[in-house]
Design a protein around this ligand. Structure first.
Ligand code: AMP
Length: 214
């Protein structure tokens, strides 16, 4: 299995797991959130259009996302396989994905749903730290960097995402809960859905995911 979608609420650990899995399986990691944040940082037109939605915890419009995703899937590294993190977020996006795959003659191998309790989500997001250079994730207590404020991997400086505040986290969860049931049903019907609990420590969850894939 090397064409994988990770589904789960914000704070499920999709980014952390996807980065490690991509390394382990030597496949591409596509995080739509990371791509958007990079665009905001670089001041691109896409970043300009997306920023306000992101700051409010809302979904960036589907058409913008579709354009961004089509362009990403046009890159060469996709051929060795990929792990998709943060997309699709609703049924319309799942349809767009299907269209892209159809045109490329690809199919998804597995959709892994990371079940996470609300208590764990809030704890993880409110303590999350992100590297401004390589986008690696840390956590003030669960996964602290070796040196405070500095990325272990590339020495970039760590920051707290502007949308990781209690008010925006609540909005993001509400948006997520409104859309996820339909997505779960959709992938269940296609016999692609695998569920596992992601409340545990990151290393243990990764082992479970790898066992499932293999
Ligand atoms: P994430 O890093 O996945 O938590 O995404 C951060 C923010 O980026 C979200 O709250 C949305 O505003 C936006 N975003 C990321 N992925 C998508 C997507 N597939 N569709 C719409 N908006 C997205």
């Amino acid at each position: 299995m090397n064409r994988i979608i990770l589904l789960g609420p914000p704070g499920a650990g999709k980014g952390t797991q996807a980065k490690r899995l991509a390394q382990e399986l030597k496949i591409a990691h596509i995080s739509t959130g990371d791509i958007l944040r990079q665009n905001v940082k670089d001041g691109t037109p896409l970043g300009g259009e997306a920023k306000d939605f992101m700051d409010r915890g809302l979904l960036v419009p589907d058409e913008l996302m579709a354009k961004m995703l089509k362009s990403r899937f046009g890159e060469q590294d996709i051929k060795k396989g990929f792990i998709l993190d943060g997309y699709p977020r609703n049924i319309a996006q799942a349809m767009t994905l299907e269209e892209i795959f159809k045109a490329m003659g690809l199919d998804i191998d597995a959709v892994i749903y990371l079940d996470t309790s609300e208590k764990v989500i809030i704890q993880r997001l409110s303590g999350r730290l992100v590297c401004s250079k390589c986008a690696a994730n840390f956590h003030v207590s669960n996964m602290p960097p070796k040196k405070e404020g500095v990325c272990d991997k590339c020495q970039g400086s760590l920051y707290q995402r502007t949308d990781d505040n209690v008010e925006t986290i609540k909005k993001r969860l509400e948006v997520y809960n409104n859309e996820v049931a339909q997505l779960i049903e959709y992938y269940k019907k296609l016999n692609k859905l695998y569920r596992l609990s992601a409340d545990g420590e990151a290393g243990a969850v990764l082992k479970e995911i790898i066992a499932l894939i293999k």
